[in-house]
Design a protein around this ligand. Structure first.
Ligand code: KG4
Ligand code: ZN
Length: 335
């Protein structure tokens, strides 16, 4: 079964062709980051317009790259939520129109299910059951996964998502949007012994997260530095380091706790923040000590992409699920 996947939930137009026997045949991504950077965040109306501009050319591109024609396609999967409503509607309308024209089924996919299953695109795949850490710009969640569609939320952020915290900390340090990769870059030059930021909520039982206190702590430190010496480049690196250590430390503690609670030894990590090298290394090291393993997608499939939607859609279409007449996109949608 050959599935076309379309991701348009935020500021990335992602398209991919996934074949259930041959695997991922082709994928292409257009990032709108240059369009939004001057506004310091994603402008929904501009995002929708750009998806309209880029989606069809990207579909033509992946068809050509995979040497496929529309007649080969057996189904179209698209992100139906959560995300920016206008951006989602562009993808959903296009996907459903194409599917209708081609006489094949379409299916709306949950964006976070796409992230969660992205490690399945790798040659070495995790086996069910596992605990998934979903860390993106909009979500920080720990989920028990027993199979496709069998998800139980174990814990989540009570305020900011981890990626959002990275983006806000970056803004305080005058770094461009999205801030995660910029913080990570500065952190590599930072002195780990200068500041020690709090690890939020690790002393409380349970698997929920909170990053807003860390945000305030970061802001206070930035202001102290500004007053003392005008926020030097080294200050920025040291703050980025302390901030990243605090987020990574918190995530590691909660992941270990989740595995213990569920008596599992496989962790899957996905979403934009899972591209963070410090997080990958620290989790790998901490879990190895306990005989557990962590799986994550290739960096290009950590952030939003069409391949994860094509994969998740393929699994559900294989199981016989298709869109109904009343299928709608949803800005908010619990998994
Ligand atoms: O999954 P994603 O592409 O979009 C959402 O669904 O939100 O995640 C984007 C988030 C942004 O907040 C970005 O700053 C963060 O992932 N991010 C990172 C890194 N790369 C992307 N955060 C920390 N370190 C990184 N290397
Ligand atoms: Zn995402």
């Amino acid at each position: 079964m050959l599935i076309l996947g379309l991701e348009t939930s935020c500021d990335e137009t992602g398209v991919a062709l996934y074949d259930t026997t041959r695997g991922l045949l082709a994928h292409s991504l257009f990032s709108q980051v240059d369009i939004h950077v001057e506004y310091g965040g994603v402008v929904p109306e501009l995002a929708s317009r750009d998806h309209v501009r880029k989606a069809l050319p990207l579909i033509e591109e992946v068809l050509a790259a995979a040497e496929c024609s529309p007649e080969d396609i057996d189904g179209v999967a698209y992100t139906a939520g959560p995300g920016l409503i206008g951006a989602l509607m562009v993808g959903a309308t296009l996907a459903r129109a194409l599917a209708w024209g081609w006489g094949v089924p379409s299916l709306g996919v949950h964006h976070m299910e796409g992230h969660l299953l992205a490690p399945m695109l790798e040659p070495e795949r995790p086996e069910f059951p596992f605990v998934a850490l979903l860390v993106s710009g909009g979500h920080t969640q720990l989920v028990r996964v027993d199979g496709i569609g069998q998800y139980r939320l174990l814990g989540e952020s009570l305020d900011d998502a981890a990626g959002e915290a990275f983006d806000k900390a970056a803004k305080m340090l005058d770094l461009p949007y999205p801030g995660g990769p910029h913080i990570a870059r500065l952190a590599e030059q930072g002195n780990p012994d200068r500041f020690n930021f709090p690890r939020p909520m690790v002393n409380r039982p349970g698997l929920d997260f909170s990053f807003s206190g860390l945000k305030t702590y970061t802001l206070n430190t930035v202001n102290d530095c500004r007053e003392a010496s005008g926020l030097t480049e080294q200050d920025k690196c040291d703050i980025a380091r302390a901030f990243e250590e605090a987020v990574v430390g918190t995530l590691v503690i909660k992941c270990r706790r989740a595995l213990q609670q569920e008596q599992l030894s496989t962790l899957v990590m996905a979403g934009g923040v899972s591209a963070n090298r410090n997080l990958r290394a620290s989790l790998g090291k901490a879990l190895a000590k306990e005989g557990a393993r962590v799986f994550y997608p290739a960096p290009e499939f950590c952030t939003d992409n069409g391949a994860m939607i094509a994969y998740a859609g393929a699994q559900r279409l294989l199981a016989g699920q298709v869109d109904g007449e009343n299928t709608a996109v949803r800005a908010r949608w619990p998994m």
